[in-house]
Ligand binder design. Structure first.
Ligand code: SF4
Length: 367
């Protein structure tokens, strides 16, 4: 079996770490790029959301690399994500690709996929692998994921202080590569500690007072730096300390019901949004609204809402956020992302937003 999956953010590090520890082969598609986007745009329906187009392009690249099984971790709606599987399969089959398809959209689906032998080739490993092997492999992949997120969080904190623009990004990617290459837990710990040391050693101007900005929105575009035009890096270099609300690990923990004690969990955000949204709208909508409230209460200077163009749940969130912005006195900037979004256009708008936040902060301190 040569399984593949759509590339989202840094999820590949987790999957690669896990499959490697199991001795299985995973065909990891290249990170999202202009090439994947162009392929997706060429074959996807015009008005479908950006994540669909990127996933399609990404899967074409993986099939070209020899993948024979596609695993899609999905949702059951109410937005289009619940329906992604079928159109993706039809388009890929019409293009002449041959593959097995597995949709994992519930614990039951995961169980039956294995029972029915849909994830073909797993039988080959079943005799050799024990439950313990599976557990250890998951643990290794998970640890890699956490190490990546730890250095990513740190880089978001250090970037607004860096003296030489680009230093943080350079050191961060070096650290990421070392974590990706680590073969065992010992090497992984060494790679992570070295990355943390190197990040802390970057020359910084600690007299600066960075603006505090939170980012929330649709999960794919929040996690994927290609899809969001590297907005975190741009904000950091404009002097903002960014706090991202969604991480791969927090998303998993939320779905497992293990985020009860986290300070700003999705669970707490959904709760905070209740006065505005009584029902579950779908995807991240309720959480996006709630996060804006939680961060406003914490005194954040601004809030950025990322949404793919034509995304139903985030479109609803955008409407509610207009009220939240007034009620909680926090500037909110909604960025709609699609295949024509340009780096320059986004940069100009971000500069204007950051300027507004700076003036606001100055006015407040003068008062
Ligand atoms: S949440 Fe939005 S972007 Fe994501 S699949 Fe649903 S409609 Fe598309």
């Amino acid at each position: 079996m040569k399984a593949t999956f759509p590339h989202v953010g840094r999820m590949d590090i987790f999957i690669k770490g896990m499959t490697k520890a199991l001795g299985m082969e995973a065909v990891v598609p290249p990170t999202n790029s202009k090439k994947a986007l162009n392929l997706g745009v060429k074959y996807a329906p015009e008005f479908v959301c950006l994540p669909f187009k990127l996933m399609l392009g990404n899967l074409i690249e993986a099939l070209e690399k020899g993948a024979d099984t596609i695993i899609l971790v999905s949702d059951r709606g109410p937005c289009r994500l619940g329906l992604y599987g079928l159109p993706l399969q039809i388009i890929l089959k019409n293009l002449g690709y041959k593959f097995n398809w597995v949709t994992l959209d519930s614990p039951q689906a995961i169980k039956s996929s294995f029972q029915l032998g849909m994830i073909k080739g797993v039988e080959k490993y079943r005799d050799k692998l024990t439950f313990m092997d599976g557990l250890l492999a998951f643990h290794f992949g998970w640890k890699k994921m956490l190490a990546t997120e730890e250095i990513e969080r740190l880089s978001l904190k250090i970037r607004p202080y860096e003296i030489n623009k680009g230093d943080t990004t350079k050191v961060f990617y070096q650290g990421m590569r070392a974590i990706e290459e680590a073969e065992n837990l010992y090497d992984l710990k060494k790679a992570k500690n070295k990355a943390i040391r190197n990040l802390k050693n970057i020359s910084q101007d600690r007299s600066r007072k960075p603006l505090k900005v939170a980012i929330a929105g649709e999960i794919f575009v929040v996690l994927d730096s290609f899809a969001n035009l590297d907005i975190e890096k741009k904000l950091g270099e404009l002097g903002c300390e960014v706090d991202r609300t969604i991480w791969f690990s927090t998303h998993i923990l939320h779905h497992l019901g293990l985020d009860k004690f986290m300070r700003k969990s999705k669970r707490k955000a959904i709760q905070a949004a209740r006065p505005y949204l009584k029902y579950h709208v779908g995807a991240e909508c309720n959480a996006t609204v709630g996060y804006a409230i939680l961060y406003a209460k914490e005194g954040y200077d601004g809030f950025i809402h990322l949404m793919p163009f034509t995304c139903m749940p985030e479109f609803v969130a955008g409407g509610v956020l207009t009220r939240v912005s007034k009620d909680y006195d926090i500037p909110i900037f909604t960025v709609e992302l699609e295949e024509h979004s340009s780096q320059t256009h986004l940069m100009t708008r971000l500069e204007a937003f950051v300027e507004l936040l700076k003036r606001r902060r100055n006015q407040r301190s003068n008062q």
